[in-house]
Design a protein around this ligand. Structure first.
Ligand code: ADP
Length: 267
């Protein structure tokens, strides 16, 4: 049997979807926050989600790995239904084990870095691969060091979070997510809590990941990043996707009044 990868396989991989939502609905009480959202991300794509505050961007991201329960529609990651399973023609919430397994394949980087305060940078990174994936400690440490180098923090492996700047903590958080070898990375306003002079170092790591072909969804207010790094830009307003397309289309050629209004205010 041959395991050689054929051109057709590559084509299939490149065109297949890593994320797909179908008519996604999410409410908080009477507030409809996602109103029939069809969103998709192809394998290897960096998709950047932009839009006014309160338009539903963060909620969309949180729904993708089932940090929020949804009220309608479906979400698939790599072809697998997320958070729910079919039972007698109805959707019921999936088991905690299955949800945890799905989450272990999706890296999530939050606005606040959420590092374990009592663990060093290296210990933060090795925690989940050892305890969740049960990988051998020496291999995990070796890989963690490679990841620290990748995010430019080789000299900080023994530092505790309180000795690191916000930008350094966020880079450790990215390395920690990557240590799980995720098939998808989600970034929720990963630079919004940082002092302006620290934003660039985090965006640089994110840009490098995108260039390496990591599939990622990035919610951000950094329009420069969206313009330069995104393969595809999604503009949300009032719980819906209003417009989407390549950055040139959204930033230079949009005919949509809501898109143009928003960009007029932020650029
Ligand atoms: P964005 O990321 O575009 O700023 P969000 O997804 O954070 O938007 O929020 C969309 C809407 O959902 C807002 O009206 C917000 O107040 C509301 N919302 C978000 N999270 C919650 C929550 N946990 N409980 C109640 N309302 C929420």
């Amino acid at each position: 049997m041959t395991t050689e990868i054929t051109h057709d396989d590559l084509q299939k991989n490149q065109t297949s979807e890593m994320v797909r939502t179908e008519q996604l609905v999410k409410r908080f009480g009477d507030n409809i926050v996602l109103n029939g959202v069809d969103f998709s991300v192809k394998r290897g794509q960096a998709v950047v989600v932009i839009g006014p505050s309160g338009s539903g961007k963060t909620t969309l991201l949180r729904c993708l790995n089932h940090l929020e329960k949804i009220d309608g529609g479906r979400i698939y990651i790599d072809g697998q239904l997320v958070g729910y399973r079919e039972q007698n023609g109805r959707l019921v919430e999936d088991s905690e084990v299955n949800i945890a397994r799905m989450r272990s394949q999706v890296g999530f980087v939050f606005q606040r870095f959420n590092l374990f305060a009592h663990k060093t940078a290296l210990e933060n990174i090795i925690e989940a691969p050892i305890h969740v994936l049960r990988q051998p400690k020496n291999e995990v440490i070796e890989r963690a060091r490679v990841l620290l180098e990748k995010v430019g923090l080789s000299d900080k492996e023994d530092s505790y979070p309180h000795r690191l700047s916000g930008g350094q903590q966020q880079r450790v958080a990215i390395a920690r997510a990557l240590a799980m070898n995720p098939k998808l990375m989600l970034f929720d306003e990963a630079t919004s809590a940082l002092d302006p002079e620290l934003v660039g170092e985090v965006l640089k790591v994110m840009r490098q990941l995108a260039e390496e072909g990591m599939t990622m969804v990035v919610v951000t207010h950094e329009m420069g990043f969206a313009r330069d790094v995104a393969d595809h830009v999604v503009f949300m307003d009032k719980a819906q996707i209003v417009e989407q397309g390549p950055p040139e289309q959204i930033f230079n050629e949009s005919q949509n009044e809501r898109t143009r209004n928003f960009l007029g205010r932020v650029l």
